[in-house]
Design a protein around this ligand. Sequence first.
Ligand SMILES: *Cc1c(COP(=O)(O)O)cnc(C)c1O
Length: 447
Amino acid sequence: MRDWVELDKRYIWHPFTQMKDWFQSDNLIIERAEGVYLFDTTGARYIDGVSSLWVNIHGHQKSEIDRAIINQIGRVAHSTLLGLGNTPSISLAEKLVEISPDGLKRVFYSDSGSTAVEVALKIAFQYWKNKGRKDKKLFVGLDQAYHGDTIGSVSLGGIDIFHSIFSQLLFPTLVIPSPFPYRNPNTEPDDLRDRCLEFFEQMAAERSDEIAALIVEPSVQGAAGIIVHPAGFLKGLETICRKYNILLICDEVATGFGRTGAMFACERESVHPDILCLAKGLTGGYLPLAATLTTDEIFEAFLAPYTDYKTFFHGHSYTGNPLACAAAEACLDIFVNERVLEKLQPKIAFLTDILTEVFQNAPNVGDIRQCGFMVGIELTRDKALRKPFPVELRMGAQVTRNIQKYGVILRPLGDVIVIMPPLAIENCEIETIIRSLEKSIKETCET
Ligand SMILES: *Cc1c(COP(=O)(O)O)cnc(C)c1O
């Protein structure tokens, strides 16, 4: 058999990875998967506790999605949307418009969450140009936001260790504070929310003539460490956007497709964005596909005689890829046919209960944050003093490496342990993740 671990070390440059550390560690190489389980090249089995980086929804090798892709391969694997249409992209767009928040009527495809955001930013920017409002060119983002790794999306990102290196490449943006109840334990969440909203309102009142759009991860800031916003924050942002004629872009790349317990996080507060970004779970975690949805109002601002140059000059080679669209349509059908969201609710409740039971009094666990099937567990050196571990211990990475021996794959965000399983996971498998994590934290942190 080939030595996959060594070959990987020789040829692959892994994302978000200090390769010097990678060379020194014993890495798992995945060969196949089934349901919520991944299997490595030695045949060992692991629960996919972070849905293969937050993308998998119905499990691996889901027969309906497999079949949809195979059927589509029998017709055409790829054909361009530049100058042509293709059937899977049309029927998927129809379904996306149907299930997304009211008012969103048009679908622009791309291939990743980052490009979905780039497209949203460029559409918002050009929308105001096309309307003759050339001064409205600034974007507002949230503190600690994450919208992807391309230059435009990094410009709106607020996570210093990922983003500050590139600061000279980025365009200027306006930043509003996020209501982080966990970092402000002495402030009521509602007061914190209101203060952040007041900050935005004051900015909007002063600069609405220059502001094109606000972009926000609705309800949960994922990459920031699964930070859950207080109820009413998203609605408050929407109200201010409407009052001051600012476009609202919701980045549901992480929160979309049932993650928070609702199909889209926007629904939780009856929010109607002008632009919606979707990716990650869109194909059930099978193929790279993204969609940026807009209102008719925005779309119509791009309609003009050709020589007015109001066309949206943007597109990717694989835009509207038929295989990916077929997978996405099958993924959406499963939501309906298997009543996925309905069955998810008791699993969310089970997860809440077991998290509380196991970690409430654990000495090295601080905040436990949950919104639906998005969970962040913060490791702390001293619970009472809310003292973190020194960064160089890389405690989050140690805990998630150690848990592999119990047959669980997790990936941390710094010292926040993320749990984000496929929606198809069963309670007994959730329990395995949590009990294994309890052991792994004890073994790693109590030394
Ligand atoms: C993951 C993520 C992105 C980027 O998506 P990619 O497919 O990794 O480019 C953008 N926004 C949010 C909120 C995300 O969680």
